[in-house]
Ligand binder design. Structure first.
Ligand code: GTP
Ligand code: MG
Ligand code: NA
Length: 281
């Protein structure tokens, strides 16, 4: 897109880290939600996407699972984000999926902000975790490195304003921009067949603006968008999804593979042809 067509867009921030280190709990505290308490077995099994206003500015957050089974979701989360928040519980320290998350962020070329979480637990020493992270090449700014590390507690809320300030400041430094006025494209974070709703695809719009009525092709699926909903309020319809906006989309003819790109086309016959061609491959 030509420079003059670009306008500022909100940052996309993905929470990554080892299982149970507090990703969902931190996001609950930030968003005023209570998701963690309702999860099956206390573990996250999906990518969740939310856009909220913080300090008067929109930010998009992606929550990912920490369980080892969900490597692909973590990679997907790292691949469509501007900033990774690496959540490390200070009582547990660096664990296998902490290291995996660092690799995903590096492979995607995305900067990391560390949340040293659960600092409310007595007897824990965040410095020990900072030492471990330094050994992996993530050196905290307070020790002369370039990685912001914020001590947080999802329980008490300690450090959460600092974490948000850090994210907003970084977002500003990157001068993130997108063209709002082109046919939309982006990534399908996940998709499923839901009783009574049909195919529901969670899209993250990355360029352009997506609207009901648009014709999309996404992996092996295609269709005309019947309705779009806010992932935070599943009954609230959305009429426009600009860049960095997550939306639940209804209208695809089948369930696309998570991670597929989507694009808006002019012509439904062309969209069908592309999807069918992919189906045969
Ligand atoms: P997965 O998504 O399954 O990888 O876990 P998660 O990283 O999202 O962690 P989750 O939010 O599910 O929290 C795991 C457990 O740690 C829960 O029992 C939380 O209540 C607890 N927890 C999370 N953050 C904190 C914290 O800051 N302090 C304390 N004391 N407990 C916390
Ligand atoms: Mg979780
Ligand atoms: Na958990």
């Amino acid at each position: 897109d030509p420079e003059e067509s670009l306008r500022p867009r909100p940052p996309v921030v993905t929470f990554l880290g080892h299982v149970d280190h507090g990703k969902t709990s931190l996001l609950d505290k930030i968003l005023g939600l209570n998701v963690a308490a309702k999860e099956k077995g206390g573990i996250t099994q999906h990518i969740r996407a939310y856009q909220v206003e913080k300090n008067g500015r929109p930010i998009t957050f992606l929550d990912t699972p920490g369980h080892e089974a969900f490597t692909a979701m973590r990679a997907r989360g790292a691949n469509c984000t501007d900033i990774v928040v690496l959540v490390v519980a200070v009582d547990d320290g660096v664990m296998p999926q902490t290291e995996e998350a660092i690799s995903h962020a590096r492979a995607a070329g995305v900067p990391i902000v560390v949340a040293l979480n659960k600092v409310d637990l007595p007897g824990t020493r965040p410095e020990r975790v900072m030492q471990q992270l330094t050994g992996l090449g993530l050196v905290p700014t307070e020790w002369g490195g370039d990685v912001e590390m914020v001590r947080t507690s999802a329980l008490t809320g300690q450090g959460i304003p600092e974490l948000l300030d850090t994210l907003i400041t970084l977002g500003d430094i990157f001068e993130l921009k997108a063209n709002y006025d082109r046919p939309a494209c982006g990534t399908c974070l996940e998709a499923s067949l839901q009783p009574g709703r049909g195919v529901v695809a969670k899209f993250l719009v990355q360029k352009g603006t997506l609207r009901p009525g648009d014709i999309v092709v996404c992996g092996t699926a295609h269709g005309r968008i019947k309705a779009m909903y806010d992932p935070l309020q599943p009954h609230k319809r959305v009429q426009e999804a600009p860049p960095a906006r997550p939306v639940d989309v209804i209208g695809l003819d089948n369930v696309p593979e998570a991670g597929s790109r989507f694009v808006v086309l002019e012509d439904i016959a062309k969209a069908r042809k592309i999807a069918e061609h992919r189906m045969e491959m």
